[in-house]
Design a binder for this molecule. Structure first.
Ligand SMILES: [Zn+2]
Ligand SMILES: [Zn+2]
Length: 329
């Protein structure tokens, strides 16, 4: 009988455990995907560290690029061998007010990949066929995987930032390095803020066309129209607010953040706004992948074998990653 391998989270705070199990057959409406690459997202780290809750045990991983190797009953619009992506939004209820209102990213009963259903830290993954995103056949797996979450949530955050001409990015990791490329292509001025002293990330940001790169404790050279926060550090909210102009926006792009400290009202005064972006809709996915294809957008990704998932997560935890990390089975 055919087998698959996966790295499994059994309990928060514990390393992922390698397991081998029988290859599952796709159920009605599902596809089975042979995983070619799966990005390592900060959300995976939050799950492993118990800061975000999901089902247990679970196979993490929601930046999956693979090829369909089996169709479940009733799936007619996808084909075996087709390259697809499996994003974070792995299913929705379809009936709550948010699903009905075209805001399925806010669904009351979502099934997130690698959180409520098994994800891509594996050789194979099952997915609801309605939620997989078709990908062009000529993409490279490793450079594309981080687009499936870092790129997508970055895209949603960029849209929330409006038409900001001068855009600040706090936390220059997987999402920011993709947003920076899109924002530069759109002609925006991008300012990058990293952990203080992270010269490697600052150099990387400048290479990608950022006009300014410095520690998050430093002031921008000019007031910003908007800032996007990818770093999970709540103290950056008042920091960013202090540096956006009147009417400016501060968009929080992470699923988890440390507490936001109190701050004087004058930082918010002047119609400044603080908001978050959560998850993605399938429409976001299709829209962003079209933009990415037009721009030839690729992640600067470092590949590691699937068996080294724990080491990869630790690299992310310690801030030792420039660009994005991808696991290859
Ligand atoms: Zn719903
Ligand atoms: Zn993610």
């Amino acid at each position: 009988m055919a087998r698959m391998r996966a790295m499994v989270l059994q309990a928060p705070g514990q390393p992922l455990v390698p397991v081998e199990r029988a290859l599952p057959d796709p159920g009605p409406g599902e596809v089975r995907v042979r995983v070619m690459a799966c990005g390592v997202c900060r959300t995976d780290l939050h799950l492993v560290d118990g800061e975000v809750e999901g089902r247990l045990p679970v196979v993490p991983g929601h930046e999956v690029v693979g090829r369909i190797d089996a169709l479940g009953p009733g799936v007619t619009d996808l084909a075996p061998g087709q390259r697809v992506g499996i994003p974070w939004l792995g299913g929705t209820c379809g009936t709550c007010r948010f699903c009905r209102d075209g805001a399925e990213n806010l669904c009351d009963a979502p099934a997130f990949t690698g959180c409520h259903r098994d994800g891509g830290y594996a050789t194979h993954a099952l997915a609801d066929a309605r939620f997989v995103l078709p990908l062009d056949d000529d993409l490279d797996d490793i450079g594309t995987a981080p687009l499936l979450c870092a790129g997508l949530i970055g895209w949603r955050a960029l849209k929330a930032a409006g038409d900001a001409r001068v855009l600040g990015l706090y936390g220059f990791g997987a999402a920011a390095h993709l947003v920076a490329q899109v924002a530069r292509a759109e002609g925006r001025t991008v300012l990058a803020f990293t952990r203080p002293g992270d010269v490697a990330a600052q150099r990387f940001a400048r290479q990608l066309g950022c006009a300014f790169a410095a520690g998050a404790d430093e002031a921008p050279p000019e007031p910003m129209d908007a800032a996007i926060l990818f770093a999970p550090a709540g103290e950056l909210v008042p920091t960013a607010l202090a540096h956006v102009r009147k009417g400016g926006r501060v968009v929080c792009g992470g699923i988890h953040m440390s507490d936001i400290p109190g701050f004087p009202y004058r930082l918010l005064w002047g119609e400044r706004r603080v908001e978050s972006v959560a998850n993605l809709t399938r429409a976001d996915g299709r829209e962003f992948l079209a933009v990415a294809a037009r721009l030839g957008l690729r992640a600067h990704a470092h590949a590691r074998p699937l068996a080294e998932a724990n080491e990869a997560l630790d690299d992310l935890r310690q801030g030792r990653v420039t660009g994005a990390l991808v696991l290859v089975p």
